[in-house]
Design a protein around this ligand. Structure first.
Ligand code: PGA
Length: 246
């Protein structure tokens, strides 16, 4: 299991970051899951260089590769700060303007610097005639099309339906619907990756994962882990959630 704590911009001071880091370290020791922390960029180097038992992710990488681009944080800078993963194509970044082509380019930058990408895909809403499935296929296809077969195998996928993000356990996807989506994603992956390697790409779920639903969502749904937002920044919830998964 892979458990990614996406702190988004919920953590805004170093004191809170330090408390969450200490907790994550303790929980990671008792958990079999691979725990990855995705802090806001200014805290990354501070935390990652202090803590070698946990892995760290960038929440995004720049479309640029350096130079005169004020305010940008490049894939290379994230690696230097201690990240080994990068969340790419999160719906909150797409809502701020990242096109499918931008997502594809960011994936290439991450891979070029050996950051393992966590590619986020997900539909805005569900319709009864299955158009959301075509959207998922398009997101996958446009992101992976330009990558080599070897690069495609490096990807971790996070299925995050936008309608389920940032709410509470009751609003998350139902386990049966998640199983169905995981199967569909694997089907598309097997068309885009050689041989059986589409089966080995980890598929995570994100969207209102909380202590109350993580177990249900992990049992028999075929997911390989979770991308957790708000619940990963509340010490009580995060503790319960990691224990529930164990
Ligand atoms: P949430 O966020 O757990 O707060 O729904 C998940 C995500 O957007 O990665």
């Amino acid at each position: 299991m892979i458990l990614i704590a996406n702190w988004k911009a919920y953590v805004e001071d170093t004191k809170k970051a330090a408390v969450l880091l200490k907790l994550a370290k303790r929980l990671a020791r008792a958990s079999e899951a691979t725990m990855v922390i995705a802090p806001p960029a200014p805290f990354l180097s501070l935390l990652a260089h202090k803590e070698r038992a946990l892995a760290f992710a960038a929440q995004d990488v720049s479309l640029t590769t350096g130079g005169a681009t004020t305010g940008e944080s490049t894939a290379q800078a994230y690696v230097s700060a201690g990240a080994t993963y990068a969340i790419i194509g999160h719906s909150e970044r797409r809502a701020m303007g990242d096109s499918m082509a931008d997502v594809a380019q960011k994936l290439s930058h991450a891979l070029a610097h050996e950051l393992r990408p966590v590619l986020c895909i997900g539909e805005k809403e569900r319709d009864s005639d299955g158009r959301y499935l075509a959207h998922i296929r398009e997101q996958l296809d446009s992101a992976l099309r330009h990558l080599s077969q070897k690069e495609r195998k490096q990807i971790i996928l996070a299925y995050e339906p936008i309608w389920a993000i940032g709410k509470n356990a009751d609003a998350a996807i139902r386990p049966a619907d998640l199983s169905e989506m995981v199967l569909y994603i694997r089907k598309v992956l097997s068309e885009l990756l050689p041989g059986r390697s589409g089966l080995t790409v980890p598929v995570l779920y994100g969207g209102s994962v909380e202590p109350e639903n993580i177990r249900l969502l992990s049992e028999g749904t075929g997911v390989d882990g979770f991308l957790v937002g708000h619940a990963s920044t509340d010490p009580v919830m995060w503790t319960k959630l990691v224990k529930a998964l164990a």
